[in-house]
Every structure is written in structure tokens, then in C-alpha cells.
Design a protein around this ligand. Structure first.
Ligand code: 6R9
Length: 682
């Protein structure tokens, strides 16, 4: 293939004839216009949406420079809108009430449901009325802890409809994590479900939520209602195989759900009972564009998660526009994003972006390998999916089963394949392109963050010739710069801190309840720039290659964790005096956790302790954070000022003796000792 020798992949023929942006020329013009005249660029786009009142103040006002005062960003000042109205009513009023909004595909292939825009609107209004009747009003925070079911989308839109603020906590988080987030947000209502099957595993959401509510009430947070979706009676349970293991060979912890959830009549309310009694009409509350829409917690380098807060107007324009251009969305497409709504990708590209465009999507409850390793491909064939969006960790996990599970299905409907969550290695990129995409699709490697609201660096199908592993070029409105340690700009080729010089509409506005933390985390390091915390390289053709985090963050299967968060869970164990966590490359997860623990006097390092420590991290943070390796550390490599030299620990984790300069360590001899104590299986 000639394109391959040049290491450049031209935009696929499938989309190039019709794409919204069909050449690099057009991309460059649009990008230049978006920077030169943001008001004209986004003003034109905003005409597609309903604003109850027009902009009265400045279209864009901001300060990115901590030396000049408070950091702030305001778009569309004085305008009033409602994002739920724009996601639903606008399409229903335009006669699209019967169009499918979601094909819900259950954990078991036998479970499926279709939801139209019209039905979604009615359900949303009913739930909005239930919330209103409980006294939930504009600005109140509602926590949501749910599986990937349509009621999750309904819940978030109902909250937005009445001007309240949603705070969704991923269903894989532990009771502690849920309680921490609810307390930080001071949430007055929780919405959850009885339980869910994820692959062969049962996740008892209500039980976990009950534990979280106990923790909240011990700290004086009064939760008015726990609205519970009854889900388990509608779904097919995994069939245990005759040898007592569940269908795919993994032993399920529980293989049945006994229908009995604990019930506290003072707070617990069944969703189906409340909703069936509620009216299916509910006027939207017209909100200021800069009113908060939601907060979503993301790991912070000090350990305590940050409530990243997004506002309504800018987020609406940005998620809608990135969805339209990055996936080259057209009416008639069927779109499938595999991310859980509990993460930002699900917020922006399962719910808001697609619905704002009136798109038809697949909402998938399950996992890629259940009941078989071709499940994604089976779903793509079943619904004739044209745009597909997943994470490198899933691609790598599926790659290891070879091409055969992919080739079993007709994937000819695919035109755009997206990737998100971490840098995608060229090998996985090429497999995605060739095997899944039959060398006839556009791959979009979308770089962005919870904080950015939507894609900030991404190729555009039909326009951008791709290089495998590069996220390519900035999206409209995004002004990229690379800086060196001293804050000097690196022009042309080079590597440095990835920063943005000005706000795009979807950027976060604050850390909930802690504006100072927002300023210090993102703006203190380089005055006048938003700092992503990632490093990046610009090549001689101007392509951006994101190289990964340059702070103390770990990226496990595309989920960010901070070293501090993991370490503080470990030291909670009475046998642990001190701990240090680093990332070690992992063929499927991208990175996995490798932890070092120093024990308190009188304790011995044995398998039982290792198991307990792994469990500790699981129960404090969530199963996805479970460390792969834990090793004994008689001491940690610290500088004389007491800072742990993590680069040395990273070397030990991979068995590399090339430690570099360790002369600044208080006790350099500890490094050899640690190397010797590496666990055998590592
Ligand atoms: C959307 C999301 C953000 C961090 C980000 C970076 C990494 C995400 C990437 C990528 C390279 C990509 N990241 N997408 N790195 N290429 N296409 O993942 O948000 O969970 O906040 O994580 O993920 O390190 O800073 P979030």
C-alpha cells in the first residue's frame, strides 16, 4: 500500500464525498476563522440551537493569566437556554419524535429495547416531575450511580431540564468513592438501580449505594430520596456453565440475584412507581448559559478527586460541534460509543453530543468479551453501525483474540472508527484500521480530557491524512502551544508541555467549591495558558503526538488515577507504614499499577497481605484500580528534601537497571535493595 510507506493514511473514500469538512484546506480555513473571530464562528453554529433569550453581554470574555487576577471563562453572556430542550423537544417539534434515539443492547444479547426521541422526552418529563415534587430545584446537586440503561440518560436529562446539576459516579466505584463524591457535591438526591450484570459478574449497586448513604449520614449529609430503578427483573441472567463457572469461563461471584434489596421507606423510592404516577409534561427551566450543567469527578494529583464543573451553553455548542465534525455525523448514521456514561466520554459522546445532533445511537450495557469475544462486532453488524468509538485498551484486549472473531461479522457499514482515553500505539491503530475497518475507514484518535468537555485535538474524517499514533491537529477554537520547563514556546518541531492559549466553548469553568484549586492545577504553572498535564511532540509536518501524563497521574485502561489516591488507600492498612505507586506499561491496560510498600514493625510480607492490600485499593477506589504488582520496600528512594524519586521506581517496576543519576538520594543503596526484592512474576 503506497500510503503506508509514507506512513500517512488518507481520509477514507467512504466519507470524503460527503464529509462536513472535506479537505485540509477547508479545515485550515475554518480553524483560522474560529481563532480570528470566535463570535462569528460559534455565533453561526449557535443558530442551530434554541436560545430562549439572546446574548446580552460579551460573546466571549475570559482571563487565563493568574498574574492579572481571577481565572474565568464566559461564553454567550446573558443568553438563556436549556440543554434538555435542545436534545429532545427541538427534534420532537421538528417531527422527529418517532426517530430512534437509542437502541439499548443489554448485557445478554437476548435483551434489547428501542427508545424514540418522543418516548425519551416523555420519560424525562416524568422523572423531572418526580424530582420537582421532592423539592429538587435549580442549582441542587443530584448524584447518579447507575448501569448503562436508558434510565441513566433519562435521569441526567431530567436533572438538566429543571436546572439542577448532575454528578454521575461510575457504577464501578466503591461505596467509599461514591460517598466522598456525594459529600463533596452535597447531593440531596441519589438515583441508582437494584443491580446489574456486567458480563458474568453481578454488581449490587443498591447495596453499595446503601453503604454510601450510611457513610453520608454519618457525616451529616441528608439525602432526601434514593430513586431506585428496578432493572434485574427485566434482564437475562448469565447462564452458569455445568462446572459452576459462568459462560465465558470466569467464575462469577454470585450467579443469581435474589430480588431482595434492603429497603428504607424513609428514603428509598421505586422509580417505576414514582414515574408511572407522574405527568409526562414538564416545562424546561430557562437557564443562563453560564449556569452549571454537571460536575464530574476526576483524579487530582493531591489525591482528593476534583469536581470538574461544566456550564450549559459552551458545553452544548462544543459537544454538538465536535460530535458532528469528528465523527462526520450525518442523518441516517448509527453511532455506537462503548464508553460508560459514568466517564466524560459517555457524558459528551453517549448523551449530549449525539442527542444534540438528533442522532441514533447504540447504548450498550455489557462488556466486549461477553458472552463471546466478538460481541462489539456482533452489535455493529446487528445495528449496521457506521460510526464506532472505543478505547485503545479495548482494542488491545480484542486484538489478542486474533482476526477471526472480527471476520465472522459483516462490518461493511463502518465508516469512522474513533479512539479515546490514552495514546493509541501504532500497532493497535493499524489493527483497528485494517482488521476492523477493512482498510476503508477513517480513524479518529481524539485527544481530550474531562476538563476540556470535548475533543481538542483530533483528525477530521474526510479531511485529515492520519499518522497512526498521532491525534493530528487542534479542533476549531483550540489554540495549541508546546512550552518548555521555563514556559518558553517551542515553535515548529519539538517536545514540551501541551497547553492551550485561549478558551474554547467546552472548557471547564471551575472545580466545584474550590476555584483556587482550579487556578493552581491548570493555570499556575504557565501564566496565560491552560495546562493539560500531558506532554506532546510536534513533528516536522506539524502533527501533534501526545506522549502521556507528565504529572503524578496514572492512566489504567484509560482511567486516570493519581499516585496519591492509590498510596493513601494502601497506607490505611495497619501493616503499611508508607507506600509509593507508579505506572508500569501493560500490554492491554496501557499502564497498570506497581506499588511499593514499607511495613510497620513486626509485620511480614506474605501473599495474604498482598491480597488484602489489593482488596484495600479495590474497596477504597474501585475494581478498575486494583494493583497488578505489590512489592516490599524496606525503604523508598527519597531525595534529601523527602520527595520520592518516582522515575527510579518506574525503572525498578520494569526491571531496568539503568537508573540514571541517583546521587541526590538520601540513601542511594536502597535502589539496589529494591531491585532485588522485585516479585518473581514481574
Ligand atoms: C476523554 C478522557 C484525560 C487524559 C489526558 C491524556 C489521556 C485521552 C487521549 C489521551 C493520548 C488520546 N488521553 N485521550 N492521550 N491520546 N487520544 O479520557 O478524559 O479521563 O479526563 O483523561 O487521558 O493523558 O490528559 P480523562
Amino acid at each position: 500500500m503506497p500510503m503506508e510507506t509514507a506512513n500517512m493514511f488518507n481520509p477514507a473514500s467512504k466519507v470524503s464525498k460527503i464529509s462536513h469538512c472535506s479537505s485540509m484546506e477547508q479545515y485550515k480555513q475554518m480553524h483560522a476563522k474560529s481563532l480570528k473571530d470566535p463570535e462569528a464562528f460559534w455565533g453561526e453554529i449557535s443558530k442551530e440551537f434554541h436560545f430562549e433569550e439572546k446574548v446580552k453581554g460579551k460573546f466571549l470574555d475570559y482571563n487565563f493569566d493568574t498574574t492579572k487576577g481571577k481565572i474565568f471563562v464566559r461564553w454567550l453572556e446573558g443568553a438563556k437556554t436549556n440543554i434538555c430542550y435542545n436534545c429532545l423537544d427541538r427534534h420532537v417539534l421538528a417531527g422527529k419524535g418517532d426517530q430512534v434515539a437509542f437502541y439499548w443492547e443489554g448485557n445478554d444479547p437476548a435483551d434489547a429495547e428501542v427508545v424514540t426521541y418522543g418516548e425519551l422526552l416523555k420519560d424525562v418529563c416524568r422523572v423531572a416531575n418526580v424530582l420537582k415534587a421532592k423539592g429538587v430545584a435549580k442549582g441542587d446537586r443530584v448524584a447518579i450511580y447507575m448501569p448503562m440503561v436508558k434510565q441513566l440518560v433519562v435521569a441526567m436529562l431530567a436533572v438538566a431540564r429543571i436546572g439542577a446539576v448532575h454528578s454521575i459516579v461510575f457504577g464501578g466505584y466503591s461505596a467509599d468513592s461514591l460517598a466522598d463524591r456525594m459529600m463533596d457535591a452535597q447531593a440531596s438526591v441519589l438515583i441508582t438501580a437494584d443491580a446489574v450484570w456486567r458480563g458474568p459478574k453481578l454488581i449490587a449497586l443498591k447495596e453499595i449505594a446503601d453503604d454510601a448513604l450510611k457513610l453520608c449520614s454519618a457525616k451529616d449529609l441528608k439525602v432526601k430520596m434514593n430513586l431506585v430503578v428496578q432493572h434485574m427483573n427485566k434482564v437475562t441472567a448469565p447462564q452458569p456453565a455445568s462446572n459452576g463457572t459462568a459462560a465465558n469461563g470466569n467464575v462469577a461471584k454470585k450467579t443469581h440475584f435474589d430480588d431482595k434489596v434492603n429497603w428504607d421507606p424513609l428514603v428509598d423510592v421505586w422509580w417505576h412507581e414514582a414515574v408511572s404516577a407522574a405527568s409526562s409534561e414538564c416545562d424546561p427551566v430557562w437557564m443562563d448559559t453560564e449556569d452549571p450543567l454537571f460536575m464530574l469527578y476526576t483524579s487530582g494529583s493531591t489525591g482528593k478527586p476534583k469536581g470538574v464543573q461544566h456550564t450549559i451553553g459552551g458545553y452544548m455548542l462544543y459537544t454538538a460541534t465536535t460530535f458532528k465534525y469528528s465523527f462526520d455525523y450525518h442523518q441516517g448514521d448509527v453511532y455506537f460509543c462503548t464508553a460508560d456514561i459514568g466517564w466524560i466520554t459517555g457524558h459528551s459522546y453517549v448523551t449530549y453530543g449525539p442527542l444534540l445532533n438528533g442522532a441514533t445511537s447504540v447504548l450498550f450495557e455489557g462488556v466486549p468479551t461477553y458472552p463471546h469475544t466478538g460481541r462489539f462486532w456482533e452489535i455493529i453488524e446487528k445495528y449496521k453501525v457506521s460510526k464506532f468509538y472505543t478505547a485503545p485498551t479495548a482494542i488491545r484486549a480484542l486484538m489478542k483474540f486474533g482476526d477471526e472473531p472480527v471476520k465472522k461479522y459483516d462490518l461493511s457499514s463502518l465508516a469512522v472508527l474513533g479512539s479515546v482515553g490514552e495514546p493509541i500505539n501504532p500497532e493497535a491503530w493499524l489493527w483497528y484500521y485494517r482488521v476492523v475497518g477493512d482498510s476503508n475507514v477513517s480513524i479518529v484518535d481524539t485527544f481530550w480530557q474531562t476538563e476540556t468537555g470535548g475533543h481538542v485535538i483530533t483528525p477530521l474524517p474526510g479531511a485529515t491524512p492520519c499518522k497512526p499514533g498521532s491525534a493530528c491537529f487542534p479542533f476549531f477554537g483550540v489554540d495549541v502551544a508546546l512550552l518548555d520547563e521555563e514556559g518558553r514556546e517551542i515553535k515548529g518541531e519539538g517536545e514540551g508541555y501541551l497547553v492551550f492559549r485561549r478558551p474554547w466553548p467546552g472548557i471547564m469553568r471551575t472545580v466545584y467549591g474550590n476555584h483556587e484549586r482550579f487556578e493552581t492545577t491548570y493555570f499556575k504553572k504557565f501564566s496565560g495558558f491552560y495546562c493539560t498535564g500531558d506532554g506532546a511532540r510536534r513533528d516536522s509536518d506539524g502533527y501533534i503526538w501526545v506522549t502521556g501524563r507528565i504529572d503524578d497521574m496514572l492512566n489504567v485502561s484509560g482511567h486516570l488515577l493519581s499516585t496519591a489516591q492509590v498510596e493513601s488507600s494502601l497506607v490505611e492498612h495497619p501493616s503499611v507504614a508508607e507506600a509509593a505507586a507508579v505506572a508500569r506499561p501493560h500490554s492491554i491496560k496501557g499502564e497498570c499499577l506497581y506499588c511499593f510498600v514499607t511495613l510497620t514493625e513486626g509485620n511480614t510480607f506474605e501473599d495474604k497481605l498482598v491480597a488484602e492490600l489489593k482488596n484495600k485499593v479495590r474497596s477504597k477506589i474501585g475494581a478498575f484500580a486494583s494493583p497488578d504488582f505489590i512489592q516490599l520496600a524496606p525503604g523508598l528512594p527519597k531525595t534529601r528534601s523527602g520527595k520520592i524519586m518516582r522515575r527510579v521506581l518506574r525503572k525498578i517496576a520494569v526491571g531496568d537497571k539503568d537508573f540514571g543519576d541517583i546521587s541526590t538520594l538520601a540513601d542511594p543503596s536502597i535502589v539496589e535493595k529494591l531491585f532485588e526484592l522485585r516479585p518473581k512474576e514481574s
